[in-house]
Design a protein around this ligand. Structure first.
Ligand code: G3H
Length: 544
């Protein structure tokens, strides 16, 4: 095997600011205010500094994370104020926002999107600096979010049109519409800090709920430029930001019993803890996307070109930091060598670099302890007999980590079960497909799986058991959330509830009906209310 000469990782970091292209240089953003009850509240208390995974050498030549800015570390007092504001704006469903027509809410959202687009460049830049996402993916995250908002608006219009008529069944006349649930606490993850926060926040608001949203630990500052857009697009108290340590600000909010919906994209451990704080669990609806260990299976007759390409994308897009990433690959023993021989050089070819570098696929990791964690799980697999299969795999300098393919991985190694959420790819050899099915049965996760093969009998034999173990089976394709109109959910510890453009609108609302017996007197009442537009709910108004 020929030895590849790799560019040393330390040379990929800028030596000083002049090596950063002007359009990607950033002035530190020092946030001293937050959005609460329709006001930008000034903050003079504790602050949290934000350090980028992008490093530069200090005077001693040691690579140091660069300061991107700072944001408020609020406490329980501010958290409860934010809760009170959301509760008051909802006002038991009688507030301006929950009572506003769907068309009125959509108009506010359209105003917001216009203002959001004005901040596009800064938000993309902050995504790159705060979490190390490359330019192409950071841009995609912003644009995908805007498209998600427009798609959500269109879907809501359709839903509203479908419910703008009466139903007459079994002598009962009724109108059924979706109505809001109340106060929603939303928390997004660091890997898609904008997109995944907004895929819950946007449908929440559009359905007439009020919200407190907590920004993630990494990827917090990028929300700052959008707070003013929220403030000026929606009535006061509809959207309230929550800054601070989760352990300080979230428990009192949950313990109040005033949160009607918890929506979280994060870990099942945190989800369990938060839910337990609520005094009346039966009143709490939870919509959550949680842990995952999506597995790919490579059948003996798989087209290896396709399998390599999709596994590469699936396992290593954004350094494997996606809940939908392929996190373990099962290859049939008859093809495992051939697969590794093709896969490993492609992994090693992935270009490391700073987020602004054209074609950089491996970028700095935002979590400070991550490279050590990845080294630990590699060492654990090595102790069990696995080795790094690809040249350069596991090389680390500061926040940069070259992806490592580990083989043969087996039960007992941490990599076999743990969600690594990073650029280490465990490969398992199997003899019988039943071993793969048993792995999924005994796994705590159940988000997605990928099958690579050409024999339709073998593929079909797997599809039927797999759809009851995970919630999406991908054939000759990586695991992924999109298109956003597809259901995004999971079984076991991987999710609660379903998110997609339409599912999210349903998840953050409940069907309410107004019904009466089909008598001439009741028909007269309905006709008068509708024709004189006396009610927002009981109405045949049609949104065009
Ligand atoms: O982190 C989980 C994301 O929802 C994954 O989305 O599959 O489009 O990268 P994606």
């Amino acid at each position: 095997m020929s030895q590849t000469t790799f560019i040393p990782l330390e040379t990929l970091f800028p030596v000083n600011a002049s090596q950063i292209p002007a359009e990607f240089q950033i002035e530190p953003v020092h946030q001293r205010e937050y959005l609460l009850n329709g006001e930008m509240r000034p903050w003079q208390g504790k602050l949290s500094d934000v350090y980028s995974p992008i490093c530069m050498p200090d005077a001693d030549g040691k690579l140091q994370r660069q300061l991107v800015g700072s944001f408020p570390v609020c406490g329980p007092e501010q958290a409860m104020e934010a809760l009170d504001a959301a509760v008051a704006a909802y006002d038991n469903g009688r507030g301006e926002w929950p009572q506003m027509s769907v068309a009125g809410r959509i108009a506010c959202m359209e105003t917001f999107v216009g203002k959001m687009l004005d901040q596009r460049k800064l938000v993309i830049s902050l995504i790159m600096w705060e979490i190390g996402k490359n330019l192409a993916d950071a841009t995609k995250e912003f644009d995908r979010t805007v498209k998600y908002i427009y798609d959500t608006i269109d879907t809501l219009k359709n839903m509203d049109r479908n419910s703008s008529r009466f139903r007459i069944e079994e002598g009962v006349i009724g109108q059924i519409r979706r109505s809001p649930l109340g106060v929603v606490l939303a928390m997004g993850p660091f890997n898609y800090p904008l997109n995944e926060t907004y895929t819950t926040l946007i449908p929440t608001i559009l359905m007439g709920n009020t919200i407190l949203f907590k920004t993630p630990k990494h990827g917090s500052l990028l929300h700052y430029p959008l707070l003013e857009a929220f403030r000026t697009s929606f009535p006061k108290g509809v959207i309230n930001s929550l800054y601070g340590r989760g352990a300080d600000v979230v428990p009192p909010v949950m313990q109040s019993g005033k949160v009607n919906v918890l929506t979280l994209i994060g870990s099942s451990r945190v989800a369990d803890e938060l839910q337990r704080h609520h005094p009346k669990l039966n009143r709490l609806r939870s919509i959550m996307s949680l842990d995952a260990k999506n597995a790919a299976i490579i059948l003996p007759d798989a087209d290896l070109d396709v399998a390599v390409k999709e596994c590469l994308l699936g396992a290593l897009s954004f350094n494997g930091q996606r809940c939908t990433a392929i996190k373990i690959i099962w290859a049939h023993r008859s093809v495992v060598d051939a697969f590794l021989n093709r896969f490993c050089p492609e992994v090693s070819k992935l270009k490391p670099g700073m987020p602004w570098v054209d074609g950089a696929q491996i970028t700095p990791l935002p979590e400070p302890g991550k490279t050590k964690y990845l080294a630990d799980i590699i060492a654990d697999a090595e102790a069990g007999g696995a080795t790094i299969q690809n040249e350069g795999g596991g090389d680390t300098v500061a926040s940069l980590f070259r992806p490592a393919v580990m083989y043969p991985v087996q039960e007992g190694m941490r990599l076999y079960r743990e969600e690594q959420f990073g650029p280490v790819i465990p490969v398992v050899a199997y003899d019988d497909e039943e071993e793969f099915i048993q792995y999924l049965i005994t796994d705590d996760h159940g988000m997605q799986a990928s099958i690579f093969g050409t024999d339709t009998d073998a593929i079909a034999r797997l599809i039927d058991p797999l759809v009851t173990l995970v919630s999406r089976v991908n054939i000759n394709a990586q695991c992924q959330r999109g298109p956003d109109t597809f259901p995004f959910t999971g079984r076991k510890d991987s999710a609660e509830g379903t998110l997609s453009v339409e599912d999210a609108l349903r998840s953050f609302s409940i069907r309410s009906a107004v019904a009466t017996k089909d008598t001439p007197a009741n028909k007269h009442i309905l006709n008068e209310i509708v024709s004189q537009h006396k009610s927002e709910f009981l109405s045949t108004n049609f949104i065009f």
